[in-house]
Design a protein around this ligand. Structure first.
Ligand code: ASP
Ligand code: MG
Length: 294
């Protein structure tokens, strides 16, 4: 079993989703694919939440239309049709944070529906799984805590009871659900963490995060053009880097991997054959010079 994670940038348009298809169909064994919301959808959905909260319904409508148009145009390009309805929201009976999670989680639900439907259309069998039902969390909306024991049992059961021949599952990063079925989120940029948790629960052989950079670099390539690729990192160095504010991986990602000694690969989705970076237990600190200030 392997876990792949595709962030928003790697599924931001139809080409990205076709590329995802290429990458996942080259993997022959069991594979769980964790997908984020497309492009900047989460930010757009945050604007919907704010407008809803302020009861600025015209603004809600405008934001929603543009999110809808974006997703529909990707669907059209991929030749799939999916009704994208706005989630039902009851502003008066929910706290801001609860409302936030009900609305913002929509981004991951739809990106994964689109990916799953497209893969089926082009003959890549897969099962779509809803983290709302599988990843049990408490009700700390926007920063929910995951019950790893229960979620692990649910996931293992879901995989064992899949139809014979199924070896590909498509699911959402970032989101989970409470015992009474309300959606929760794990904190912004939390999809890496979701992928690591899944790998831990399923005793995966490895996790691969597919990104729009060659791997982990010595500095932010947008600010420093001399940034070079770091081929190998110890878990402890990766944690240090993530905590220093480097936008490489979410800082909670490493912990669940250390526990089961699962290597994490960070690879460029535009060049899947490239080695990228491997983060694992090296028993020594490899990192000497980095420049990833906040
Ligand atoms: N879509 C969520 C966000 O943008 C989660 C993620 O991308 O990891 O924060
Ligand atoms: Mg994102």
């Amino acid at each position: 079993m392997k876990v792949y994670k595709f962030g928003g940038a790697s599924v931001k348009d139809a080409d990205g989703i076709r590329n995802l298809k290429q990458i996942v169909s080259e993997q022959k064994g069991d594979l769980v694919v964790v997908v984020s919301a497309m492009g900047k959808t989460t930010n757009a959905l945050e604007r919907v939440v704010n407008a809803l909260w302020l009861r600025e319904y015209e603004q809600v409508e405008r934001e929603w239309q543009s999110i809808n148009n974006y997703h529909q145009s990707v669907c059209r390009e991929l030749n799939i049709s999916l009704p994208l309805e706005m989630p039902e929201t009851d502003v008066s009976s929910q706290s801001y944070d609860e409302l936030y999670d009900q609305v913002v989680s929509w981004g991951e639900i739809f990106s994964t529906r689109i990916v799953s439907r497209y893969l089926s259309l082009v003959g890549v069998d897969n099962e779509w799984k809803d983290m709302t039902e599988l990843l049990l969390t408490d009700d700390t909306f926007r920063q929910a805590h995951v019950d790893i024991a229960v979620s692990g049992r649910r996931w293992r059961k879901a995989i064992m009871s899949a139809e014979i021949g199924t070896h590909l599952w498509i699911t959402q990063g970032f989101i989970g659900g409470t015992n009474d079925g309300r959606r929760t989120t794990l904190g912004r940029e939390g999809s890496d963490y979701s992928a690591a948790l899944l790998a831990n629960m399923l005793h995966a052989d490895s996790v691969t995060i597919w990104k729009d950079v060659p791997g982990v670099l010595t500095a932010d390539p947008r600010k420093d053009r001399s940034a070079t690729l770091i081929k190998e990192l110890d878990y402890s160095d990766a944690t240090r880097l993530a905590e220093s504010g480097a936008q490489i991986i979410h800082k909670k990602t490493i912990e669940p991997l250390i526990e089961k000694d699962i290597p994490l690969y960070v690879k460029p989705f535009a060049n899947p054959q490239a080695a990228g970076t491997v983060i694992h237990s090296t028993k020594q600190r490899l990192l000497t010079q980095v420049n990833w200030g906040k």
